[in-house]
Unconditional design. Structure first.
Length: 81
């Protein structure tokens, strides 16, 4: 919850988004990939219901590389220095 709030405010965007991307990848592999049983992993997100987890994983990975943008708190703090 704290990471999502920081991401919405745009504070510490790159490191927080990187951590959240890893958490969502872990959530996909732990919660969705083995829905068919431990012996038969289902890799495709459309078949195992993990589309939202993959979407948030790659959206956070994009924010980790692109940054918060010009209207984030990171940019405002950077501008005042």
């Amino acid at each position: 919850m704290i990471g999502g709030a920081l991401l919405m405010l745009g504070l510490f965007t790159c490191p927080v988004a990187f951590v959240l991307s890893g958490e969502m990848a872990f959530a996909y592999f732990l919660g969705h990939m083995f829905k068919g049983g431990v012996d038969a992993p289902v890799f495709h997100p459309l078949l195992n219901g993990g589309t939202a987890a993959i979407l948030f994983c790659f959206a956070c990975l994009f924010l980790a590389t692109a940054g918060g943008g010009p209207y984030s708190l990171d940019a405002i703090v950077r501008k005042k220095r």
